[in-house]
Design a binder for this molecule. Structure first.
Ligand SMILES: NC(=O)c1ccc[n+]([C@@H]2O[C@H](COP(=O)([O-])OP(=O)(O)OC[C@H]3O[C@@H](n4cnc5c(N)ncnc54)[C@H](O)[C@@H]3O)[C@@H](O)[C@H]2O)c1
Length: 428
């Protein structure tokens, strides 16, 4: 068992800390947010993530998991320190490494001799060297170990990953980091830091490409009278293609894909390659937000001014409370700009105060039915399971017009039509 420090207790850091404690390591997690540290120390998990609260509670009770304020405090006695801090987007699309640099500077003087620093944040090629330079500690080895977890299934993904990627020039440090994953069974790729860093961006760019591709195919289906659901089935059975990430929707978003795709375009540019394919993937995604807004406009007869729109789903996907770069908010922004009045329900968003400041013109309501009350059209934007089981007959009675734009193809179209709804899905 090893003594680990985790710097940053967001989606990645908290999952990493709780899972490593679950695997038997002694873990100290640090954050700059004292309030968050106090809540976590009391077993209160501030984010929605399946089973994360159970693992945090287990770690606290077993004495294997602690939370402290400040990175320096966490690393004082560690063998391995994981950087799990944000890498947001700079205005020019490149990744902002200031959090990585700040955290590295904080721990530089305190790290025990011969310890290892692992970069789990998503960082551009060359960032391992940046951390080495800021640390200025020749006795400390820096390793890249990108994280591939998905919000909503973070624990499952951490404990049962598709692969573990380690980027390091030093074999013994690579083996040490790999050995921390104890009972986790997964293929491993041990490579140089630049390749490890590229793998993470390439993976996110490829997944975004699949989503933009299927949204484009959905548009083709609408044009030629095909049904995208059947097209996906026919595609997905091809083992060279696979069915994962082939579901049309309102566009992709979240805290990673938008910034990571733009960062890869810039990384490629700096490496002398014009990544036009990825530019196209990003452009198709922007179009998708407008395509969904256009469907809503069509559903209300062409003019959104003053029209009441009920929205189901605000988070960027189901299973999380994360609203960062949510496609729902991008679609709603277009509706509000066109004069619509939006009332929205999401199971993880309690009130207007939970929304980011740029999300204006949205009234958050407490039930799916309240979003529909008096609405001219209902728009389904996040694939929360509970939406499937709402009663269309009851909703039809309270809406101005029984009309739904189902941007996730989530609802049973025949059932909703039976109850008088006009159902507009995507790609069918
Ligand atoms: N969220 C995901 O699904 C996901 C998946 C894979 C990789 N990543 C990558 O992992 C990194 C972290 O993402 P996240 O979603 O967990 O971020 P987050 O914003 O949820 O959490 C980051 C945390 O780091 C803390 N922090 C910032 N500076 C600090 C410092 N100097 N010392 C201690 N704590 C500090 C913040 O207060 C915050 O709690 C990013 O690079 C992201 O791209 C994210």
């Amino acid at each position: 068992m090893a003594r680990l420090a985790i710097i940053g207790t967001g989606y990645v850091g908290l999952t990493t800390g709780a899972c490593f404690a679950h695997l038997g390591h002694d873990v100290v997690c640090a954050d700059v947010d004292a309030d968050k540290v106090a809540r976590l120390s009391a077993g209160e998990v501030p984010i929605v993530e399946d089973r994360l609260d159970l693992l945090v509670r287990e770690g606290l009770d077993d004495g294997r998991l602690r939370f402290v304020v400040g990175a320096a405090e966490a690393v004082a006695d560690c063998e391995v320190a994981f950087l799990c801090v944000p890498t947001p987007q700079n205005p020019d699309g490149t990744a902002d490494l200031s959090y990585i640099e700040a955290a590295s500077a904080e721990i530089a003087a305190v790290l025990p001799a011969e310890s290892i620093v692992v970069n789990k944040s998503t960082v551009p090629v060359g960032s391992t060297r940046v951390v080495e330079r800021v640390l200025g500690r020749p006795d400390v080895t820096v390793v890249s170990n990108p994280e591939f977890l998905r919000e909503g299934s973070a624990i499952q993904d951490f404990l049962h990953p598709d692969r573990i990627v380690i980027g390091c020039e030093d074999q013994s440090a690579a083996i040490k980091v790999l050995s921390l994953y104890l009972s986790v069974t997964a293929p491993t790729v041990v490579t140089d830091p630049a390749s490890a860093e590229t793998i993470k961006y390439a993976a996110n760019a490829f997944l975004a490409t699949k989503l933009s591709f299927v949204n484009a195919i959905a548009a083709v289906c609408e044009g030629v009278g095909a049904d995208v659901n059947d097209v996906i089935l026919g595609l997905g059975y091809d083992t060279r293609i696979g069915s994962e990430f082939l579901k049309p929707g309102p566009g992709w978003g979240g805290s990673c894909f938008p910034k990571d795709t733009r960062a890869l375009v810039r990384i490629a540019e700096q490496g002398g390659y014009d990544f036009r394919l990825l530019d196209g993937v990003i452009a198709v995604n922007e179009e998708q937000f407008s395509r969904i807004a256009d469907k809503v406009r069509e559903a209300v007869g062409g003019d959104l001014t003053g029209r009441a729109i009920g929205v189901w789903g605000l988070t960027f996907k189901a299973g999380t409370d994360d609203l960062r770069e949510s496609p729902s908010l991008s679609v709603i922004e277009r509706l509000v700009a066109a004069g619509a009045v939006v009332r929205a329900y999401d199971p993880t968003v309690g009130s207007d105060a939970d929304l980011p400041p740029e999300a204006t013109g949205i009234e958050v309501v407490a039930t799916p039915a309240a979003a529909c009350d008096g609405a001219d059209v209902l728009v389904v934007l996040t694939e929360w399971d509970e939406f499937r089981w709402q009663d269309p007959a009851e909703l039809a009675a309270t809406m101005s017009t029984p009309s739904v734009v189902d941007a996730r193809n989530l609802l049973d179209r025949a059932r909703w039509e039976r109850h008088g709804f006009v159902h507009r899905g995507i790609g069918r």
